[in-house]
Design a protein around this ligand. Sequence first.
Ligand code: SF4
Ligand code: SF4
Length: 442
Amino acid sequence: MQTSFTLAQLADPDVAESEKILRACVHCGFCTATCPTYVLDGNELDSPRGRIYLIKDMLENDRPATAEVTLHIDRCLSCLACMTTCPSGVHYMHLVDHARAHIERTYRRPAHERLLRAALASLLPYPQRLRLALSAALVGKPFAALAEAVGLKRLAAMLRLAPWRGPHRPLAPQTFKAPGPRKGRVALLAGCVNDVLAPQINAAAIRVLNRLGIEVVVAEGAGCCGSLVHHMGRERQALVQARTNIDAWTAIDGLDAIVITTSGCGTTVKDYGFMLRADPIYAERSAKVASLAVDITEYLAELPLEADENALGLVVAYHAACSLQHGQRVTRQPKELLVKLGFVVRDVPDGHLCCGSAGTYNILQSDIARRLRDRKVRTIERVRPDVIAAGNVGCITQIATGTKLPAVHTIELIDWATGGPCPPALGKHRPQLAMRPSAAAG
Ligand code: SF4
Ligand code: SF4
């Protein structure tokens, strides 16, 4: 695609980067076929190609974002299916990140929108504040349908996503030593939402790693990876969070990896090197941290896992989180690990399409998110699984609001199959699972 940025504009490294990306696009439109928002409504402006044009026009003309551009960029899930499909290697993620930051700087949203975004940005990344908010949500949860009926759709979406039980305490900084000789040492990103909503995920990861002789460090000072606010265009806040984590992890000696159990966070931490490339103090360290970051399944794929006998041929619908399959291109490892441990893994039809979770998307764009969730649940139920597995707490929470099937993190199944406890979400379904023909045969 031809561009016409001036030399003065290109002196800005972010504009220069976006210009490179824009030039790579040959507007072939292949990406439209796999874009969830285009698949739903067929509007070119809600396709990757349409958004690329809008961003080009806005940046080239040095224009403040308009309401129209903001609408279509806000509707983008940052699922990155378009990057997997694009034959020209267009780095849509960096382009849309730049556009979101530009919108945040130049567009004044309506007051209620600003208030909601400010509330999400000041609550979600901070586990203690999030715990308080979730405690309040517990009181309001029975009124979710009422909120929907009177048109408070976003409030209804938030209440539906909140769990029916009280929130958990975040994992305190500490070291989990492996019994026996140490075979490795990793830092675990405890995360923010992940840890408060579903502490069993990190607990399972720690047990599996320790069982394999890997020491696990939860670093003092590490917190939210920054992705939640990064995707809202709040660049400064995201970079503060990234730098805080880099300080925390680079203070630990002898790390083999930084292990991440939430794939949305993994995509962002792997991008720290790019996000801080122009920071003279952090550029080198951010690149090092990014190179150490791995999804838990990537790390485990290299280790000798041995099955206990818990899997019992359980049929697992593997939902590939967008951030894992498109953002990190980790596609094989989760499924191979589950198969190796005795599960029967079924791919979900149209598995490249997002479930609608996408960070805060299921709150901010609750209508589209719900349609994508319903579509995803229909395709999952078609493969008749016993359980749904995914590598991202956002997807698990989103999908669980639309189905009676148990939804768990892949690591919970791996832990269970290698001697750990049954995942809590599966526990409730155990009597039905025990009645299955394959279980009886086993
Ligand atoms: S597939 Fe790639 S090159 Fe083609 S329109 Fe989409 S982003 Fe541009
Ligand atoms: S990131 Fe996802 S929603 Fe956004 S343009 Fe690409 S495919 Fe469409």
